[in-house]
Design a binder for this molecule. Structure first.
Ligand code: FMN
Length: 307
């Protein structure tokens, strides 16, 4: 039996102490969770999406619970880069965990402007390019629905970025592998998938949509099997690491994503249900490895067997 399995993962451009990251938009800037958990127990966390300027997002109602998930239409409310670097980042500098920043933009120029501004500040491990939010443009459209716009945007940011780039993909496409390949060819250091699924809910009494935005993005346990399938398909064709997410609620879910080919995972909606769930998942993963006599968590990556 192995008593102290190695949970660390090497992404090539970044080493994580374990494969568990908190997903952007569900974890604030990390500090909100310090009453519940020790952030140093995480592999890392991705802060809420940042445009250059602060944004108020969409009008309410912006959240609806469903049978097995959450539909959000927050619309990338955010504090903007200056507030982040001046007041938040200094408070994160002593953490022994990876801090990733989720970057947003109305245009390619804005993504570049945000990255350029952040390049001048210490304490950020990597940028996650959010080109996949379904809640900011009409009909849920986003750059990650098109291979050419994905390539162009990732390439531009990669050329000027002082840090590794992770490209966050949308599941709202016919073939996610085409977009993932574009991101890789453009120089992305990793891809993260999935963002939320375009969805809606209707109040049968008022006959109105439950969200002011009409459509929102579905996350949580309902999407896990579809996210898992997309991670499996993508990991099969890329050489860069795939970071998987979508409905992860437990260590068993994490193991599934790793077996499907993810090198690390992100956990989002689960943080709303149980704010101390992340260290618990890390601990349960450790137990799983011990029980199954697995010495290194990386032995699980891509370990799915034939049917
Ligand atoms: C309320 C909410 C806000 C989110 N905000 C962002 C965001 O700012 N940037 C981003 O890339 N993804 C955002 N996401 C998507 C999550 O990071 C994640 O991709 C998605 O929720 C699927 O994971 P989950 O099922 O574990 O929540 C948000 C999700 C939720 C529920």
């Amino acid at each position: 039996m192995t008593d102290t399995p190695d949970l660390s993962v090497e992404l090539g451009f970044l080493r994580l102490k374990n494969p568990i990251l908190a997903a952007s938009g569900t974890f604030g800037c990390g500090l909100e969770f310090t009453p519940f958990i020790d952030l140093n127990e995480l592999g890392g966390f991705v802060v809420k999406g940042l445009y250059f300027e602060p944004r108020s997002g969409n009008p309410p109602p912006r959240l609806v619970e469903t049978a097995a998930g959450l539909i959000n239409a927050i619309g990338l409310q955010g504090i903007g880069v200056k507030h982040f670097t001046e007041t938040i980042l200094p408070q994160l500098k002593d953490l022994q965990t990876a801090v990733l920043v989720n970057i947003c933009g109305e245009s390619e120029e804005e993504y570049v402007r945000v990255a350029d501004y952040l390049n001048g500040h210490e304490g950020i491990a990597a940028y996650e390019l959010n080109i996949s939010c379904p809640n900011v443009r009409e009909g849920g459209r986003c750059p990650a629905q098109n291979a050419e716009s994905t390539y162009s945007l990732v390439r531009r940011v990669k050329q000027m970025s002082a840090r590794p780039i992770l490209t966050k993909l949308t599941p709202n496409v016919t073939d996610i592998t085409l977009i993932a390949r574009s991101a890789e060819e453009a120089g992305s250091d990793a891809v993260c998938l999935v963002n939320t699924f375009l969805a809606m809910a209707i109040d049968i009494h008022t006959r109105r949509p439950k969200l002011a935005n009409i459509y929102g993005g579905l996350s949580g346990p309902a999407i896990k099997p579809i996210a898992l399938r997309m991670v499996h398909q993508t990991a099969a064709v890329l050489s860069i690491p795939v970071i998987g997410m979508g409905g992860i609620m437990s260590a068993a879910d994490v193991v599934e994503f790793l077996l499907a080919g993810a090198s690390a995972v992100q956990v989002g909606t689960a943080n709303f249900i149980q704010p101390d769930i992340l260290p618990q998942i890390v601990e349960d993963l450790r137990r799983f490895l011990v029980k199954n006599n697995i010495k290194q968590i990386t032995d699980l990556v891509g370990g799915i067997k034939s049917p």
